[in-house]
Each structure stands twice: as C-alpha cells, then as structure tokens.
Design a protein. Structure first.
Length: 275
C-alpha cells in the first residue's frame, strides 16, 4: 500500500498524470525518513524541513502535518514495516504544461516504504570517495526533486568504484551528492555552514548535537579541498548512510586509510539513539 494525498491505496491504483509538474519540471520536494523498530527517526525535523521547502517554492501541502504524521504511521502499519525507510514527495501537481505556476495548483503527495538494510558493513570498513565540481543550482537548501546534478555526480562516483562524490565550488568543499560532509582535524570537527549551498541534513543536526554533548569542538565554516585531503578523518552522513566513514579520496588515503576513532565514536553515539 502507498500513500496518495490522504489516502492509503494499492500501488497499482495510483495514477499520476503525464503532465504532473513533478514529472515534467521536477517541480516538487521530497523527504526520506528512516524507520527503526517501527518509529520514524527525527520525524519532527524532517517535517519542519518539508514545510520550509514547500514555503520556499510556494507549494501548499495537500494535508496538514498532523494528518501527514498519522498517515505515515498508517503506512508503516499496513506495510508491517519494522526497519526501513519511507520516501515521500509533494509535487505542484497536474496542469497543462506551462512554466508559470498554475492558477489553482493541486499538489500531489505520494509516499511509500522501502526496506533497504542499514549499510552496516560499509560503516565498519569505510568507503571510497572522489571529488567533483559542484554543478548543482544555488538553492541546495531546498530538497527539490530536481536531482540531475546529484545523479550525475553519484554516477561518476560509482563508475570509479567510489561510494560518494564530494562536491566543491571553486575549491571550497560543500557536501556529498546525497550526503553532508564532515572532516576532522586535530580533534575538531568541521563542516560547511548552513545556507544556500548545502542541504540542511537531519543527520547533520544529530551529529552536531552529539558533538555538543560530548564537548567535541565543532567548526561550521567552509574548508578547502586541500584541507579535506589533509584531514585526519572524513565522513559523510545522511538518513540512509548514517555516519559513513570515507577512507580514501581520489585514491589517496584519509589519515592512515582506516576508520578513525572520532568517526567510530560518533557512529556508536548515534547507534545508541536509534533503538
Ligand atoms: N539525501 N545533502 C544532500 C544533497 C542530500 O540529498 C541528503 C539526503 C543529505 C542528508 O540529509 P538527511 O540527513 O536529512 O538525510 C545531505 C537523501 C537521503 C536522498 O536523497 O536519498
């Protein structure tokens, strides 16, 4: 069963018009949430971000957040989801193809569950990354359905045997193609500040909270590719990747080329929050 606006229906019954603006223009927004033991992790923050993004592009959500919360939990229940994810998106809906917003938009919300296992093995061993020019638009704070820049970057990473592409604008590192990026140098954690150049990740919030609780110094300032290469530890984070250690960048080892102690510590601290 899937969520279609405020209804739970069978996937085969769902109907999206070929002129849906999400389909034609990428005119919409989305969220990915993780479900651990039947509970949605940090749902409030995800919905706050959804509301923010909807506001930024002038989409009115088809249901209230209260109704959406109820429906997301119904979706979990009817699908008997214990551990997994929910993907949901809102488009500006159907209208005859024309760039300006339709006079009376009818936004369309769709949501469904997925059951990807947590990437525990990769989290243990660490993964490879490459660096690439950040060719995305200048409103990366909006979780837009327009993901072509991210898709092309991720594809390049995969073709080179890497897990993630770490993006930079004129040598200043922003984030991963679908993750936020942290580096650690001399016991301090550094990540790009919020703003229009990165997505305000929910996992990023969690990491900053955990670092704060443990008195690990955090710097929210941009850093250069050169600094990234010289880091002691590097990790990316997201809802689906959690805390994912990066052990090589462009073929060069990060630190001594294995998962570092602070990254491991943050993984452990996050694990404690999940169950
Ligand atoms: N990606 N930065 C970008 C560009 C992202 O697409 C994501 C999430 C993040 C991390 O955000 P969060 O911690 O809220 O998941 C950062 C999702 C998971 C995706 O597109 O599948």
């Amino acid at each position: 069963m899937i969520l279609f606006n405020d209804q739970l229906i069978r996937r085969e019954e769902a109907r999206v018009d070929i002129e849906d603006r999400g389909y034609q223009f990428g005119d919409g927004i989305y969220e990915v949430v993780s479900v651990y033991e039947g509970k949605i992790f940090r749902l409030e923050e995800h919905l706050q971000r959804l509301s923010y993004c909807a506001g930024e592009i002038g989409i009115e959500l088809p249901t209230s957040l209260e109704v959406l919360i109820t429906n997301l939990y119904k979706l979990i229940e009817v699908n008997q989801l214990v551990n997994g994810q929910i993907y949901f998106q809102v488009t500006r809906g159907y209208a005859p193809r024309n760039h300006p917003f339709p006079a009376q938009p009818k936004p369309v919300l769709t949501g469904y569950v997925t059951r990807k296992p947590r990437p525990l093995e990769l989290m243990k061993t660490g993964v490879k990354a490459i660096t690439l020019d950040d060719i995305r638009w200048l409103r990366c704070d909006i979780k837009s359905l327009n993901l072509l820049g991210s898709v092309l970057a991720k594809q390049k990473a995969i073709e080179q045997g890497a897990f993630e592409a770490l993006l930079h604008r004129n040598g200043k590192v922003t984030e991963g193609s679908s993750t936020n990026l942290f580096m650690i140098k001399d016991g301090k954690i550094q990540t790009h500040p919020l703003g229009n150049l990165i997505l305000g990740g929910i996992t990023r919030i969690v990491i900053l909270e955990l670092a704060g609780q443990k008195n690990i110094p955090v710097i929210e300032e941009p850093f250069s590719l050169k600094e990234l290469y010289a880091a002691d530890e590097v990790f990316v984070c997201s809802t689906t990747s959690e805390v994912m250690p990066i052990i090589t960048i462009d073929g060069n080892p990060v630190g001594n080329g294995s998962v570092g102690p602070l990254t491991r510590k943050l993984q452990e601290l996050m694990e404690e929050m999940l169950f």
